[in-house]
Design a protein. Structure first.
Length: 470
């Protein structure tokens, strides 16, 4: 599936870390309204306050310093979840949400907070999570950021048909399974946002709209892509989608079947690629349906540039890139003169990586390996003896790789993380194993949301390159 998400992890609740507790809630049928003062933001962007009895309250849409009337809608053993009934004193950081769907859509949960304050919060979250593991940073994390609107080049849209036969297209309602119909989206690239209305109009014309599970939108460099998740094939609707592709100048992919879906392009297969700056000019990275693609092009380019800067000079350096994907970090480092061994678990992505190295004329050693096996990672470290390692794991983190890197340490290690909690866990293992954090940055990949990406540079205390000293 084009734009397939990386595996998610069970998210914790009491700390507010990226989600909610698994503890079953008790829904309050007659909520008590009470006035509270918000003390701080939880990691997931909810306001934190104390009730009159001293119980912790997590309040959606509340900001630090605000005094407000709230009503509890879910009661749990150790904390309650509440919503704002009335603002009594307003934070100077509060802004009018720029998206008309903000009150319902579950996508952007921080639009009521000024963008600068959103980013300060994310930097504080990284510092706090590391501190909980006993790790302090020598300097505040740097910020990697881009535009606050029109940045998202990948999205999944839900499709539902109601009892009256009306087709709905949009994103999920906050904390619910029903959809919010959207005609505009603040964060989508304009080329993708322009498809929202035509797509809804097309769904209304389909013979079997209930057989459409969802739609995926992806913007490659030269073409916008719509992938239709078709639960059961329908010949007449195929023709509708072909006509849509011609009318809108987009590529349409068809993923049909329930249990073993089969993918095909309706019409000519497009050239799916994006570009990254390299030392000798732009690099072309091709990707395919199912390949992971960072959602924010500008911030991704900054992540890659930061990695190259922190590991410089790379000319002649042996680098091991784990979870390499289609070569997002491998190819720019190879263009800097590094001898890169790129390792990825997905065989199809390894093939794409090989092709991308060939297209760009770069000598990358691409390999497939199961990075969930510590022995496999140790074998790579022993066989290559890298001077630097790059980790860009999925949300579950890189616990196995970090154990191997403690057993077989390397001079320098860059860890790029899409989940700050697992990053903090893995960082603690590395620090206890002889590494120290020398650089840190937060990447605001998903503006207006509480999600944050981060990047750390580790150096081993006893294994430094001769030019750097101890």
């Amino acid at each position: 599936m084009l734009g397939k998400r990386r595996p998610s992890r069970q998210r914790s609740g009491v700390s507010g870390l990226q989600g909610r507790s698994s503890e079953p809630p008790v829904r309050t049928t007659d909520p008590e309204v009470t006035a509270v003062t918000v003390q701080r933001l939880a990691h997931d962007g909810r306001g934190v306050a104390r009730s009159a009895s001293g119980k912790t309250l997590f309040i959606e849409g509340a900001l630090p310093g605000e005094r407000l009337e709230v009503a509890v809608h879910r009661s749990r053993k150790r904390f309650d979840e509440a919503h704002v009934r009335e603002l009594l004193e307003v934070s100077p950081e509060r802004v009018e949400p720029p998206c008309p769907h903000y009150a319902q859509c579950g996508g952007c949960d921080l639009q009521h907070l000024a963008v600068a304050a959103q980013r300060q919060h994310k930097q504080a979250v990284l510092v706090d999570l590391l501190a909980r593991e006993g790790i302090s940073l020598s300097a505040p994390p740097a910020l990697l950021a881009g535009a606050s609107a029109g940045y998202r080049r990948r999205a999944r849209l839900g499709v539902k048909v109601d009892a009256q036969g009306r087709a709905h297209l949009g994103f999920r309602v906050h904390h619910a399974s029903r959809l919010v119909d959207v005609e505009h989206c603040l964060v989508l690239l304009p080329s993708l946002e322009a498809l929202l209305v035509p797509l809804r109009q097309l769904l209304a014309r389909l013979e079997a709209p209930r057989q459409v599970g969802h739609l995926e939108l992806v913007a490659a460099d030269d073409v916008a892509v719509v992938v239709v998740r078709q639960l059961r094939d329908n010949h007449a609707d195929r023709q509708h989608w072909l006509a849509f592709a011609r009318e809108q100048g987009v590529a349409v992919g068809h993923l049909a079947g329930r249990d073993a879906p089969v993918f095909e392009w309706l019409g000519s297969a497009p050239d799916l690629a994006y570009r990254l700056p390299g030392s000798g000019g732009d690099l072309k990275l091709c990707f395919g349906p199912g390949d992971f693609l960072q959602v924010n092009e500008a911030v991704n380019a900054q992540l890659v540039a930061t990695t190259r800067e922190w590991l410089a000079p790379l000319d002649g350096e042996r680098v091991l890139d784990l979870y390499a994907g289609v070569g997002n970090f491998s190819l720019p480092m190879a263009a800097d003169g590094a001898h890169v061994t790129a390792v990825e678990g997905n065989p199809a992505m390894v093939e794409r990586l090989v092709d991308n190295a060939r297209i760009n004329g770069l000598p990358v050693d691409a390999r497939q390996a199961d990075l969930s096996r510590e022995a496999a990672v140790v074998a790579l470290l022993e066989g290559i003896e890298p001077g630097a390692v790059v980790l860009d794991p999925p949300r579950d983190g890189a616990a196995v790789a970090c154990r191997a890197l403690v057993e077989r340490p390397v001079p320098r290690l860059v860890y790029v993380a899409c989940d700050p909690a697992t990053l903090a866990r893995d960082a603690a293992r590395l620090v206890h194993g002889g590494y120290r954090i020398t650089r840190a940055a937060v990447a605001d990949m998903f503006v207006h949301t509480s999600h944050l990406e981060s990047i750390l540079l580790f150096e081993h205390c006893e294994r430094q390159p001769p030019s750097q000293g101890v």
